[in-house]
Design a binder for this molecule. Structure first.
Ligand code: FAD
Length: 276
């Protein structure tokens, strides 16, 4: 039995059916006693109200909710208002991100990078919030160099980030080497691996090409081999991701953060496999 903690990430559903399904899946995942449930936020505040509704529902159910805030395209006034709302609602943890400007649009906000958001949150709200930021073991696609990306994380920590959640990866060595580099750079906060279960190869390939997470060749080829046999693909994916989680836990990760895509079955199997 491992001692690491868990957290789960959702996106804010759009439809009544989606809201209901998320409630059911949240209830199933709640039995694993997660430290918090986080809720994503669309760039430019496109999901602001839905993120807020989902966060408040989670909080009212008695769990700790951690809203994501992506700052690109937002004004300081909009972020200030959001922080005040979250403070009055008893939210204690935030995931602070830059976000991505939707293609074809130009950012017209007051923030360019996540570090500026972390600075702003600390200036406006002091130590009220535990601030999570994003980290990239395989490096952010826009990073000029790996060293520049690492320095960006260091700047976010110096600005007041308490912990980080990584982009997902399937190569544990990338994470271990990244953690070593962080330590050598003086980054001493917990860096929690983000875990992406495998539901579907097309969707995974699309996500990965956007966010720069590598699907190793052997894994991609094995997944492609399953073709339309989704059930076998998912069973294989459960094995692969369970093994990754076990390797990370044996190494001693502080926690595991699951990108749920608002589902629960596959994640429950993985967590049961790793003996949580
Ligand atoms: P930053 O830390 O600002 O870094 C962005 C890039 O800019 C990096 O390449 C960095 O090296 C570079 N950089 C930083 N400073 C400078 C500088 N001064 N000069 C030049 N380059 C610089 N997106 C959403 O829209 N909503 C979400 O809810 C959301 N949740 C996420 C949760 C997690 C755990 C993760 C890992 C990502 C999430 N994302 C989300 C995606 C994220 O917004 C994107 O990856 C985005 O492209 C970068 O965000 P960031 O906070 O890492 O940005």
């Amino acid at each position: 039995m491992s001692t690491s903690t868990l957290s789960f990430e959702f996106f804010p559903p759009k439809t009544t059916d989606g809201i209901e399904k998320l409630r059911e899946n949240r209830e199933k995942l709640a039995k694993f006693n997660p430290e918090f449930f986080s809720v994503t936020f669309g760039a430019g505040g496109s999901t602001r109200d839905r993120t807020m509704d989902t966060v408040l529902e989670i909080q009212h159910e008695g769990y700790q909710a951690a809203p994501h805030i992506s700052c690109v395209s937002s004004s300081k006034e909009e972020i200030r208002e959001l922080l005040q709302l979250y403070q009055t609602q008893g939210i204690k943890r935030l995931v602070a991100l830059r976000g991505d400007v939707p293609s074809g649009e130009v950012s017209a906000g007051d923030f360019r990078y996540a570090v500026e958001l972390v600075d702003f949150i600390r200036a406006e709200t002091g130590d009220h919030f535990h601030i999570e930021v994003a980290a990239y073991p395989e490096f952010h696609p826009e990073a000029r160099t790996p060293a520049a990306d690492l320095l960006n994380l260091k700047r976010k920590v110096d600005a007041g980030a308490d912990s980080a959640i990584t982009q997902y990866f399937y190569n544990a060595d990338a994470y271990f080497r990244f953690i070593d580099q962080c330590a050598a750079t003086g980054i001493n906060i917990p860096i929690v691996p983000g875990i992406m279960p495998i539901y579907n190869i097309t969707q995974l390939a699309r996500f990965s090409s956007v966010c720069g997470a590598e699907i190793p060749r052997w894994l991609k080829m094995r997944l492609e081999e399953y073709g339309d046999d989704i059930e076998s693909l998912r069973a294989f994916g459960v094995d692969v991701v369970s093994e990754l989680c076990e390797t990370l836990q044996t190494w001693g990760v502080p926690s595991l953060h699951f990108y749920t895509l608002n589902r629960s079955t596959i994640i429950s199997k993985i967590i049961e496999n790793i003996g949580e």
